[in-house]
Ligand binder design. Structure first.
Ligand SMILES: NC(=O)C1=CN([C@@H]2O[C@H](COP(=O)(O)OP(=O)(O)OC[C@H]3O[C@@H](n4cnc5c(N)ncnc54)[C@H](OP(=O)(O)O)[C@@H]3O)[C@@H](O)[C@H]2O)C=CC1
Ligand SMILES: O=C(O)C1=N[C@H](C(=O)O)C[C@H](O)C1
Length: 269
């Protein structure tokens, strides 16, 4: 049995993760944390997640629970994730990170922890999105030089970062395949007299509305034809189950930085 600590347990993903960990026969929830200011501290994690009593109380102290956890699953905020990493350093606990919205400096900090800890870090834990990265690389190889490439994403009204981590990851996969640097060729929204489109750019467009779980489309549009690669998530369980799968895969691995494509075996050949 793999013992799992969930941080940000009262959040949208935190609750989905409690459900997924409890539903999996190979995993057990042993620790669940909330932010230091949370009024839910002390409540039962399972009751907060809507699955009935688990006898795991929500705590504000991750470090004190680490001896009860093989893997931490963290879908919180960039600041909280980095704070959790600093508490894990020197422990034997691995971490699966789903948080998005890191700055470049925060990402460098996160990457440095992979010299001490086994980390899976992915902007999206769904199987379909990670498969789409393979399809996008193929599309970029075949059509990318000729086509205009645009990435459209839509999420619920509560999402705070834009573009989504997944949209950025898709942009990186396409840019890398084409030998472009995303930081140089990305265009984030357009307004006013912008002039015609620069052929070598990759455009991003963001929608925030209602309860959309997560939708991504990458367009490869050229004269006379257009390829669209679309993924739509309809339940947060797809991300939660993926993160549990990543936890089982990560347990017992060497320190280092892995992603969901490693977990799914897309890089093993
Ligand atoms: N990789 C993937 O597959 C996916 C990634 N995400 C990403 O996951 C993150 C969370 O998303 P979502 O669940 O919708 O957001 P929520 O705002 O619902 O949840 C974030 C949670 O983090 C908690 N938190 C903040 N600081 C701390 C802390 N120091 N210790 C413990 N908990 C803390 C918050 O608690 P409080 O409310 O008390 O402040 C809140 O419950 C986002 O970055 C999102 O983009 C989301 C879905 C899929
Ligand atoms: O905040 C969300 O909800 C999601 N965030 C991730 C992202 O930023 O890509 C993944 C998913 O699309 C849902």
């Amino acid at each position: 049995m793999l013992n799992i600590a969930i941080t940000g347990a009262s959040g949208r993903m935190g609750r989905a993760l409690i459900q997924a960990v409890e539903a999996n026969e190979q995993t057990a929830l042993t620790v669940a944390t909330v932010s230091p200011s949370s009024s839910l501290a002390g409540s039962d994690a399972g009751e907060v997640a809507g699955i009935g009593k688990t006898d795991v109380p929500l705590t504000t102290h991750l470090k004190e629970g680490l001896d009860k956890a093989d893997v931490v699953i963290d879908f919180t905020t960039p600041e909280a994730t980095l704070a959790h990493l600093s508490q894990l350093a020197g422990s034997n606990t691995a971490i699966v990170i789903g948080t998005t919205g890191f700055t470049d400096a925060q990402l460098a900090e996160l990457n440095a922890y992979a010299e001490q800890l086994p980390i899976v870090f992915a902007a999206n834990y769904s199987v379909g999105v990670n498969l789409s990265l393979q399809l996008l690389r193929t599309a970029a190889r075949v059509m990318g030089e000729e086509a205009d490439i645009e990435i459209l994403e839509a999420h619920h009204r509560h999402k705070v970062d834009a573009p989504s981590g997944t949209a950025l990851r898709m942009g990186e996969a396409v840019a890398e395949t084409l030998g472009r640097d995303l930081s140089q060729c990305a265009v984030y929204g357009r307004q006013g007299q912008e002039g015609p489109r620069d052929k070598d750019t990759i455009g991003f467009a963001t929608v925030r509305a209602g309860d959309i779980v997560g939708e991504h489309t990458v367009l490869f549009a050229s004269e006379g034809e257009r390829l669209e690669i679309t993924h739509k998530a309809s339940s947060r369980q797809t991300f939660a189950r993926g993160a549990v799968r990543a936890s089982l895969w990560l347990s017992g691995r060497d320190k280092g930085l892995y992603d969901m494509e490693d977990v799914l075996g897309f890089r093993s050949g």
